[in-house]
Design a protein around this ligand. Structure first.
Ligand code: MN
Length: 501
C-alpha cells in the first residue's frame, strides 16, 4: 500500500558545552557510529537518522519542535552520552508529542580496566546522564520505552525494532480512514463505541457509507479487473471443481471477483485502508464479501465484521507493524470450545473472513451456503492455521476510553481433520489455561472479535499501548484471577484520574 513519505526514526544525542570542543567532537563521532549501526540493523525496520549532539535548551526545543511537525518522523530515540542537565530538555519534551524510546547505552561495551582515567570518565557519562533525563521524563509524565544494554547487542536492537514498529503503527493510525459500509449488526453491544473519542485518542477516522455506494462500485467494476482477479484466484488457491472454468458454479466465482474489484476500487478512491461490513445490510451485493475480505486483509487492509470498526482499526495497525515479519495477522472470533480430553482449547473462525496470511498450506477456494444473511452462497478461502505461538488482541470501548486486552496463546493442529467445516480456522490453547484466560478475558470485558497475530510478540502490543497511552490487560502464563481483578480495579481509578475532568 502507498506511503508517499518514507517514515524514519530520529536519533538524538544529548550533551552540554561544559566538556569543551574536543570532547563534543568525540560525542558526535560516537553518535554517528551508533546511528549507522542501528540504521543498518535488520532488526529495525525503519531508517534511523541522526543529528548533531544537542547541547543547549534552545537547540533542543527547536529540534524537538521540528520533529513533532515532521509527519515522516515516526518516533525519536534519546541518548545522553555525557551529562546533559535535564532542565534544558523541558521545553523540547513539552513540544514533542511523538513516540519516544530512551536508549540507555554506552559507547564502549567494556570498561578499560587498566586504561581508565578521568578523561575517559568525563567522556562516558551515560550511566548518570541518562538517569538525569529519565528523571525529567518521569517528572513530566513523558510516555516512553526504556531500553538498556550495549547498542550493538542483537537483543537491544531487537527491542528498538519492536518499538519502531509500534511507532510506525501509531503513525498509521493517525492517518487511517476506515470505510464503514452500513452500520452495526443490530443489538450487538461490544462492536459499538465512541468513534469520535477513538479519533481523538488514536487519530483514525471512521467514515460511514451507504451499502448502495458499494453496490455502485461493484456494478461498475471493469471486466479486465474482474478477469485479473479470477486469474489470481486460480493461480493462488486450489479452486473447487464447481468454481473452475466450465464448472456448474463458475458464475459465483466471477461474482465474488466482481465484489472484490468493486470493494478495492472503492477503498482506493476513498483512501481507506480498513473497512467494515455487516451481513444484515448488503444492499445490492449478491454475496457477503468472503474471499474479497480475506484477500484485502492479506494485502494489509484492516477489517471488522458486523460493523466492528475498532477491530478494523486494530487489524490495520497490527498489519502495518508486522510488515516484513514471518507469520500473519488476521481478524478472528472465538467460536467454539473443546473442553474435553487433550486439554481445553478455542476454535477461532468467522462466517468467512479469516486472513490467509495465517495459513501455512495453500488455501482452497470453495463455495458453501451461509445460513444467515439471505444472499447467494458466498465464495471463501478455507485453511487451518499451523501450530506455533500467537497473540490474540482486542480493542474495546469501556466508556470514556479504550482498553486493549491481549492473551498469549499457542496454536495447535486440530485433533482430527475438520472435514465438514467450510471456513478458515485456527485452534489455540490460551495461556495460562482456557479456564483462567477466558475468566480473565470476560472479567476485562474483552470482545468476541479480535486480532490474532503470529507475527508480533506481546512486547509489540505493550509498546503500542504505551504510545497510545491505553490500558493494556495482559493474560499470559503468570495471570491469576485475584491479581487481574485487582489490576482492573486499580486501573479504573488510574485511567479516570489520568483523563482529568
Ligand atoms: Mn462476528
Amino acid at each position: 500500500m502507498r506511503d508517499a513519505e518514507q517514515p524514519f526514526i530520529c536519533f538524538l544525542t544529548g550533551s552540554q558545552h561544559l566538556y569543551g570542543e574536543r570532547t563534543l567532537q568525540q560525542v558526535a563521532e560516537h553518535s554517528r557510529r551508533i546511528v549507522a549501526a542501528l540504521d543498518a540493523s535488520d532488526a529495525i525496520p525503519l531508517p534511523v537518522v541522526g543529528r548533531e549532539p544537542l547541547t543547549d535548551s534552545e537547540a533542543i526545543r527547536q529540534a524537538l519542535t521540528g520533529l513533532y511537525a515532521d509527519d515522516a518522523c515516526a518516533g525519536v530515540i534519546l541518548w545522553m552520552h555525557t551529562f546533559s542537565p535535564a532542565r534544558m530538555w523541558i521545553g523540547g519534551l513539552e513540544a514533542l508529542r511523538k513516540p519516544i524510546l530512551h536508549l540507555h547505552t554506552q559507547f564502549d561495551r567494556d570498561l578499560p580496566w587498566t586504561e581508565i582515567d578521568m578523561d575517559y570518565m568525563n567522556l562516558n557519562q551515560s550511566a548518570h546522564g541518562d538517569r538525569e533525563l529519565g528523571f525529567i521524563e518521569t517528572r513530566m509524565r513523558v510516555p516512553r520505552k526504556t531500553v538498556v544494554g550495549h547498542w550493538a547487542e542483537p537483543q537491544v536492537q531487537r527491542r528498538i525494532g519492536i518499538w519502531a514498529r509500534a511507532a510506525a503503527g501509531a503513525r498509521e493510525a493517525r492517518r487511517l480512514r476506515v470505510a464503514r459500509f452500513g452500520d452495526n449488526m443490530r443489538d450487538v453491544a461490544v462492536t459499538e463505541g465512541d468513534k469520535l473519542g477513538a479519533q481523538i485518542a488514536l487519530g483514525a477516522q471512521v467514515n460511514g457509507y451507504g451499502t448502495d455506494a458499494l453496490g455502485v462500485a461493484v456494478a461498475e467494476a471493469e471486466r479486465g479487473e474482474i478477469d485479473r482477479i479470477v486469474a489470481a484466484y486460480e493461480q493462488s488457491y486450489d479452486v473447487a471443481e464447481e468454481l473452475r472454468a466450465g464448472g456448474a458454479r463458475r458464475d459465483s466465482l466471477v461474482e465474488a471477483a466482481r465484489i472484490e474489484a468493486g470493494l478495492r476500487a472503492f477503498l482506493e478512491s476513498h483512501d481507506a485502508r480498513a473497512f467494515t461490513d455487516t451481513f444484515e445490510d448488503l444492499g445490492a451485493l449478491r454475496q457477503l464479501p468472503g474471499i474479497a475480505a480475506q484477500r484485502l486483509m492479506a494485502d494489509g487492509y484492516g477489517f471488522g465484521a458486523e460493523g466492528d470498526w475498532k477491530t478494523a482499526v486494530l487489524l490495520r495497525v497490527l498489519k502495518l507493524m508486522s510488515a516484513g515479519l514471518a507469520g500473519g495477522t488476521s481478524f478472528i472470533e472465538d467460536y467454539v470450545y473443546h473442553l474435553g480430553p487433550g486439554g481445553s482449547r478455542i476454535l477461532g473462525a468467522h462466517m468467512l473472513e479469516v486472513c490467509p496470511s495465517i495459513a501455512a498450506e495453500r488455501p482452497s477456494c470453495e463455495i458453501h451456503p451461509l445460513a444467515i444473511g439471505g444472499r447467494e452462497d458466498p465464495v471463501r478461502l478455507v485453511f487451518t492455521a499451523p501450530p506455533g505461538p500467537a497473540v490474540v488482541v482486542c480493542l474495546i470501548d469501556v466508556g470514556g476510553r479504550l482498553r486493549l486486552v491481549a492473551n498469549e496463546v499457542e496454536l495447535e493442529a486440530p485433533d482430527e481433520e475438520l472435514v465438514k467445516l467450510p471456513v478458515a480456522r485456527a485452534l489455540w490453547r490460551p495461556k495460562p489455561d482456557l479456564a483462567t484466560a477466558a475468566e480473565a478475558w470476560l472479567t476485562a470485558g474483552g470482545s468476541h472479535h479480535s486480532v490474532l497475530t503470529t507475527a508480533l510478540e506481546l512486547e509489540a502490543i505493550r509498546d503500542l499501548a504505551e504510545i497510545w497511552q491505553l490500558e493494556l490487560v495482559v493474560i499470559d502464563e503468570r495471570t491469576t484471577i485475584p491479581q487481574l481483578a485487582s489490576e482492573l480495579r486499580w486501573n479504573r481509578a488510574y485511567y479516570q484520574l489520568a483523563r482529568g475532568l
